[in-house]
Design a protein around this ligand. Structure first.
Ligand SMILES: [Fe+2]
Length: 172
């Protein structure tokens, strides 16, 4: 069976989180809504880089995601990567990722400013609802959605892995 997610233990994570927060705050002060790929991996701290190398994975890209009081559509991620290490940076308590089971193929959904591979609510069943308050590797090719009903902006750093790696490599 495919593994949907795995919490990851990162030593000294609070310190690491604060350092990332400070950098994001310089790049995007007072941000409330954002999905921005970073041109370099400079937001990925050395410790996290080493951890990913120890997993036998490689970083494909890195993205700052900020949402405020919202729910994403049910979707699978676009792009060649399969896994994302999601680092909670700010206001991630009581925010969640839901994984879904579905028999349907995703449909390309286009709105005025975004397009994504999505599903209708009636075509899926909820498998799991996971709090995103700790570092987490997510299988982005399983149907999922994010929820944050925090009034303060929820900031996540999304670190995408090169394809070919499998989460089963680190789950026993
Ligand atoms: Fe996603």
């Amino acid at each position: 069976m495919e593994i949907n997610y795995q919490y990851i233990d990162i030593p000294n994570y609070n310190k690491i989180k604060n350092e990332i927060y400070d950098k994001i705050n310089v790049l995007y002060p007072n941000v409330t809504s954002l999905f921005e790929w970073q041109p370099t991996n400079s937001l990925v701290p050395t410790e996290v880089n080493e951890l990913i190398e120890n997993f036998g994975a490689q970083i494909r890209g890195c993205c700052v995601n900020c949402t405020t009081n919202s729910r994403s559509p049910i979707h699978v991620d676009t792009g060649k990567y399969h896994y994302s290490l999601n680092l909670p940076i700010a206001n991630c308590e009581k925010t969640f990722i839901k994984f879904y089971h579905t028999q349907r193929e995703p449909q390309l959904i286009k709105t005025t400013n975004v397009q994504y591979w999505g599903f209708n609510d009636e075509d899926v069943d909820v498998l799991e609802n996971i709090e995103t308050n700790k570092p987490l590797i997510v299988n982005t090719k399983v149907a999922h959605s994010f929820e944050s009903f925090q009034i303060k902006p929820r900031i996540m750093l999304l670190i995408r892995f090169e394809p070919g790696w499998n989460l089963e490599n680190i789950c026993y």
